[in-house]
Write a protein that binds this ligand. Structure first.
Ligand SMILES: Cc1cc2nc3c(=O)[nH]c(=O)nc-3n(C[C@H](O)[C@H](O)[C@H](O)COP(=O)(O)OP(=O)(O)OC[C@H]3O[C@@H](n4cnc5c(N)ncnc54)[C@H](O)[C@@H]3O)c2cc1C
Length: 460
């Protein structure tokens, strides 16, 4: 006999718990099932521990540069990795236990710890116990992708999860994958004192970004002594006395690199393969992401998919926005759509890359007449004062509608300053409004009106 609820939520990641809060407030009896760590990837193995470690890496970097600021610090600077790890563990643990305690005490909410599997479209099973509800919300998230590369089984590789257990600096960390997750770990460990090589299959880092952004990021990383091996078309692995030998078949440079540690950062895959979806008729795409409509409903009535498992976003804020959309549509009579979302995100190397909307390349593909402007961070007084002038800011505007289509701020404070642009895009007003704003001096945002003042027709 299945235990009935008004709603079932599978996964306590970045959408599920908030949804449980809203649904219980509306008087529903809600079941939340979590198989492992409350808070999911972001809290336990993603954003929170990595950004805590990025902060430790920044402190080490600044300490090394102490003399530039007139601060005398004994060199060479070294890391107490046990302390750095403890900081990251503490930040994660506090968030996780706080969330778990809140959910356990939430009126109308029952929390079950275990792995949920569908046994039918409205029914799940957890460790032999059956539960049913007319509404089921899947917030199952994702995990590191481990492609079947030659020799992968021969070496002790790490993922974003297992690398967090390190409490010593590796001698030589080889990062496979030159995208967001890989680059954050690469710079962090370089600043901790490791030799670091980034191995990327494609011809440039963070290939989704414009070429000038990829180039500038590569310069920043190489400037800190990170070796970037691009065009590594046939990556393979072999056990080695010092750790692992990674075959690259790069067009340039030595054909292999020997590292003490290997981190795989080659994308993510959704946790949908062990959900029993075959018992429901819920459709997934060829990569396993659950197909959803603009309101995040699956093809089976009464079942929604939120967060990373639906392939419509890969960030904490997109997972949370999925919750907001579903809750607003179900409980507030609204008609919110995922396609209305203007995407913003950041790459947390230092200096960070803040991004809003389209890249210049994407904007060009629309065929619209464009205006483009780009300014170096050397023009930002705040960056000069901080002696952190690497990077640039760039904006792309639709010449006819005057709407900003996208922007990139690669530079100190870029992850915060980009919000001025994101906000004006969300307000759906033309760029002159922002051009005439009076930003605070001295901030990074201060250069945005000047940037907009420099808009020129994009050369084809
Ligand atoms: C290294 C790294 C750094 C990142 N940094 C950032 C960042 O700086 N900013 C940002 O916005 N995003 C970042 N992300 C991405 C962010 O972590 C994810 O986008 C976000 O966590 C997705 O939330 P979610 O709720 O969809 O899934 P998750 O957070 O993955 O949560 C899913 C939950 O479901 C549970 N679950 C899965 N299957 C079942 C089942 N069958 N039964 C019961 N429970 C189940 C899991 O245990 C998990 O707790 C980062 C990711 C990584 C890996």
């Amino acid at each position: 006999m299945s235990k009935p609820f008004d709603a079932i939520i599978i996964g306590a990641g970045q959408a599920g718990p908030s949804l449980a809060g809203r649904l219980t407030s509306a008087g529903m009896r809600v079941l939340v099932v979590e198989r492992k760590l409350f808070g999911g990837t972001c809290v336990n193995t993603g954003c929170m521990p990595t950004k805590t470690l990025v902060a430790s890496a920044y402190a080490a970097h600044l300490a090394r540069r102490g003399a530039d600021y007139g601060v005398v610090i004994d060199q060479p600077v070294s890391m107490d990795m046990k302390r750095a790890k403890e900081r990251a563990d503490t930040v994660s643990r506090n968030a996780r236990t706080g969330l778990e305690r809140w959910l356990d005490g939430l009126d109308g909410c029952t929390v079950v710890r275990g792995h949920a599997r569908f046994t039918g479209p409205r029914e799940i099973e957890v460790d032999g116990e059956a539960f049913t509800a007319p509404r089921i919300f899947i917030n199952a998230g994702g995990r590191a992708n481990i492609p079947d590369m030659p020799g992968i089984g021969e070496v002790d590789y790490m993922t974003n999860t297992s690398i967090l257990a390190l409490d010593a600096v590796p001698k030589h960390l080889v990062v496979i994958g030159g995208s967001y997750i890989g680059l954050e770990f690469a710079q962090m460990y370089r600043r901790f004192g490791a030799q670091v090589t980034v191995v990327e299959k494609g011809p440039r880092l963070i290939a989704r970004e414009d070429e000038d952004v990829s180039e500038a990021v590569k310069d920043i990383l190489e400037g800190e002594g990170i070796s970037c091996r691009l065009n590594a078309e046939c990556i393979s692995f072999r056990a080695h006395a010092e750790g692992a030998e990674v075959g690259l078949e790069c067009r340039a440079g030595a054909p292999r690199v020997v590292g003490s540690h290997v981190l795989l950062a080659i994308g993510r895959r959704p946790n949908t393969d062990d959900l029993g979806l075959d018992k429901t008729g819920i459709e997934v795409d060829e990569r396993g992401y659950i197909k959803v409509d603009d309101g995040l409903s699956t093809n089976v009535e009464g079942v929604w998919a939120l967060g990373d498992c639906n392939g419509r976003g890969a960030f904490t804020h997109t997972a949370y926005n999925d919750f907001e959309i579903v809750a607003a549509n179900l409980l507030d009579g609204e008609k919110r759509k995922v396609s209305d979302r203007i995407l913003g995100y950041a790459l947390y190397i230092d200096p960070p890359l803040g991004r809003a909307g389209m890249s210049e390349a994407q904007a060009r593909m629309t065929g619209r007449p464009l205006l483009v402007s780009k300014r170096p961070m050397t023009l930002v007084g705040r960056a000069v004062e901080k002696d952190e002038t690497q990077g640039f800011m760039k904006v792309v505007v639709d010449a006819e509608t005057q709407r900003i289509l996208g922007a990139a701020i690669l530079g100190t404070g870029g992850d915060e300053a980009i919000h001025g642009v994101l906000d004006i895009m969300n307000a759906d007003v033309g760029y002159p409004t922002l051009k005439w704003a009076v930003p605070i001096h001295p901030t990074v945002s201060e250069l945005i009106p000047t940037l907009l003042g420099g808009l020129k027709p994009a050369l084809s």
